[in-house]
Design a protein around this ligand. Structure first.
Ligand SMILES: [Zn+2]
Ligand SMILES: [Zn+2]
Ligand SMILES: [Zn+2]
Length: 269
């Protein structure tokens, strides 16, 4: 059924679906890194959300510039951060272009730990007395509970990731659980599973087949998706060990693999 153009929608774009080194990896000649399938080009993991009221980015990866050019991003109302690992924050300086175009500061959201690390590394972006036109000017907002942005209710979901805690995020609209984004997690604790139970779409860390101490592997991600009871789930933060086509094979119904440039649409009624 075709959608009426005036229906308000949430459109989610997978900006990146790759692990910390990206795929292809530098200097790797394996069949996945050599693949010509565009779904096997995995930039560092990130998503972009657009509603009629707001344009939101989750994480600023080292690939942010290319991701923004590829998807034609030209405005951001806010940036949410999951955690301060390099593959999720090192494109922070590319926010300068958005600040420059918008002529003002950009609100950023995350846990106290994450925003503290970002303020330490990118100290020059947080001096309210010395803002230089054309440079990043970010305004931090520490979040620990549900808040509202662009007509969406956004709930931080702390999940374990080695010595860190990653903020996953649940995006709801008028109480309807649309999307849970759980990047970089070794497990989904019971309280978080209950919080997102029955979500329409789950995007979840599913690094690779083998066990990993700080990331869910494919079997762990599938088990978590089934326990959550998401209508559709997509694995992200993928390594180079399997092509998209090979990784999709063998997954149970309702579980799929995210790829760069993939879009998800939700009608907001
Ligand atoms: Zn990561
Ligand atoms: Zn490779
Ligand atoms: Zn990480």
């Amino acid at each position: 059924m075709s959608l009426e153009p005036h229906q308000p929608k949430l459109i989610v774009t997978i900006l990146g679906s790759g692990t910390s080194q990206g795929v292809p990896m530098i200097g790797c000649h394996c069949p996945v890194c050599q693949s010509r399938d565009p779904r096997d080009k995995r930039t560092r993991s990130s998503i972009y959300l657009e509603t009629p009221h707001a344009k939101l980015l989750v994480d600023t990866t080292p690939d942010l510039r290319q991701q923004s050019l590829r998807e034609g991003l030209d405005h951001l109302d806010a940036v949410l951060f999951t955690h301060p690992h390099a593959d999720h924050i090192m494109g922070f300086d590319d926010l300068r272009r958005f600040c420059e175009m918008q002529g003002g500061p950009l609100p950023i959201y995350g846990s106290e730990e994450t925003l503290g690390q970002i303020q330490r590394i990118f100290f020059y972006a947080f001096n309210p007395k010395k803002t230089v036109p054309g440079y990043v000017h970010a305004v931090p907002h520490v979040i620990s509970d549900t808040f509202e942005l662009g007509g969406l209710e956004i709930t931080p979901l702390p999940v374990p990731h080695g010595s860190l805690s990653t903020n996953g995020y649940l995006f709801s609209h008028r109480g309807r659980k649309l999307l849970a984004y759980l990047s970089d997690c070794a497990a989904v604790p019971e309280p978080i599973r209950e919080r997102v139970a029955g979500v329409e779409v789950l995007i979840i860390d599913g690094l690779r087949e083998k066990f990993h101490p700080t990331h869910l592997n494919v079997a762990g991600a599938v088990a978590a998706a089934q326990a959550i009871g998401a209508a559709r789930s997509f694995l992200t933060h993928q390594t180079h060990e399997k092509t998209h086509v090979d990784r999709v094979q063998g997954l149970p119904p309702g579980v799929d693999v995210a790829y760069d440039g993939m879009n998800l649409e939700f009608i907001l009624d």
